[in-house]
Design a protein around this ligand. Structure first.
Ligand SMILES: *Cc1c(COP(=O)(O)O)cnc(C)c1O
Length: 434
């Protein structure tokens, strides 16, 4: 492909004149891995096509929402019908009630839920609510967990920020983050120390239970159990950010995975996004009735949105939740993901490349490293040179993984055994070149 014929390159150059960096979300710019971002022209099932009409097996799925694959007929039908009824009303609809009921049925730790339009908005609102409900200011988060780009959370955040090597974003005054504590993920001693020092002032602890914004790192069961105990002891709200894991790692989301290991385990609040919109802008936060009743118009914590509970987005979300609720959906998805991760691991071993991977349901990650990292600092010591070469080798062979080593990957119901076999075969070829 020459510059004269490469439509991706032409579009990227054109985009850079009118959009900062040529993209509307930083990781799409390929800054971590170099090269030209692929401009997507269309997608169907487990595949998308770029501006040169090259086909890729898609392991991003819009960073999670497309769990059914692109263009699922039941979802397309629901969206088409909704569009004909109207795009947006700014007044309540029955479908919002239906979606809220569907979410609460699947995630019983929540008594009530509020619908919003992005994960950022949901996380920011959940924290405001936690502060309003407890009358406290301090919040606790973990390095490498991403909870959206609200000012108070841009403290050594993972994901996009890490690419540019900044621990925090410019434009966020120090006073705005002075109440945000950032601890190491999976570090029980630090957690205990932080609560001993600040527990009485702590409004909430927010965590990605299985962190997908530092590739794929699970919170250990003892760490999760201790966090739950400390939040209860000190009266801080335990917030699960399940924007990525929600309805993806299991039908009951990551909290159901931890409830299997810790009897009776529940977070106090949950933040949702990605899958619940099925690819439309939709997110949510919810929790116990006592906390949620602090929210306007019932209580003094303000939160609002012109497009919140949008009728087309809720139709898309409802149809998606309906499909993934069918018996055996997540079991089949989980088996496929495991097949891919173990196939890639075997191929790397055969090529003598240090490599390991992990998965839960339709979420997975892999590292050029000899063991699974337990925190962000370790993730960032894994072999980035090998990752980048691998990424481009796979891209050339028509397999699209996340363009940064600190991002997770996503399996969808539309991926076939043939897609997975082709991916493993391509990986085996690329491993030999590393
Ligand atoms: C994607 C993500 C967010 C932010 O959601 P947006 O819809 O991009 O604002 C928040 N938390 C987690 C865990 C995420 O993966």
């Amino acid at each position: 492909m020459t510059p004269d014929t490469d439509r991706n390159l032409q579009l990227f150059q054109r985009a850079q004149h009118v959009i900062p960096g040529g993209v509307n979300s930083p990781v799409r710019a390929f800054k971590a891995v170099g090269g030209t971002p692929r401009f997507v022209s269309r997608a169907q099932g487990a595949h998308f096509w770029d501006a040169n009409d090259k086909r890729y097996i898609d392991y991003i799925g819009s960073w999670g929402p497309m769990i059914l694959g692109h263009g699922h007929p039941a979802v397309v039908d629901a969206v088409q019908r909704a569009v004909l009824e109207g795009f947006s009303f700014g007044a309540p609809t029955e479908r919002e009630v239906e979606l809220a009921e569907a979410i609460l049925k699947l995630v019983p730790s929540m008594d009530m839920v509020r619908l919003v339009s992005s994960g950022t908005e949901a996380g920011m609102s959940a924290i405001r609510l936690a502060r309003g409900a407890t009358g406290r200011s301090k919040i606790l988060k973990f390095e490498g967990c991403y909870h959206g780009h609200a000012d108070a959370l841009l403290v050594k955040a993972g994901s996009g920020l890490a690419t540019f090597g900044n621990p925090t974003s410019a434009g966020v005054p120090p006073e705005v983050v002075q109440h945000t504590l950032v601890l190491e993920y999976n570090n029980v001693a630090q957690l205990e120390e932080a609560f001993a020092l600040h527990g009485k002032d702590m409004a909430c602890l927010i965590i990605e239970p299985i962190a997908g914004n530092m590739n794929f790192v699970r919170a250990s069961v003892p760490f999760m159990q201790r966090a739950r105990e400390l939040c209860t002891q000190y009266g801080a709200l335990f917030i699960f950010d399940e924007v990525m894991t929600g309805f993806r790692v299991a039908l009951g989301s990551a909290q159901s995975v931890y409830a299997k290991a810790i009897p009776g385990f529940e977070p106090d609040m949950t933040v949702m996004g990605k899958v619940i919109g099925g690819g439309m802008p939709l997110a949510a936060f919810g929790g116990k009735r006592a906390a949620m009743e602090h929210l306007a118009p019932l209580g003094p914590v303000y939160q609002a949105g012109t497009l919140s509970g949008n009728p087309v987005a809720t139709a898309c979300g409802l149809a998606t939740l309906h499909e993934i609720s069918k018996p055996g959906f997540h079991e089949a998805l989980g088996r496929k993901t495991q097949t891919l991760v173990s196939g890639m691991t075997r191929a790397a071993q055969a090529a003598g490349i240090p490599f390991c991977g992990d998965s839960e349901g339709g979420l997975f990650g892999f590292f050029f490293f000899d063991r699974l990292p337990q925190n962000y600092a370790t993730v960032m010591t894994t072999d980035s040179k090998r990752f980048n070469t691998f990424f481009h080798g796979m891209l050339e062979r028509g397999v699209y993984f996340a363009p940064a080593l600190y991002e997770a990957s996503f399996m969808g119901a539309a991926h076939t055994d043939a897609d997975i076999a082709a991916t493993v075969e391509a990986a085996a070829e690329v491993f030999k070149t590393l």
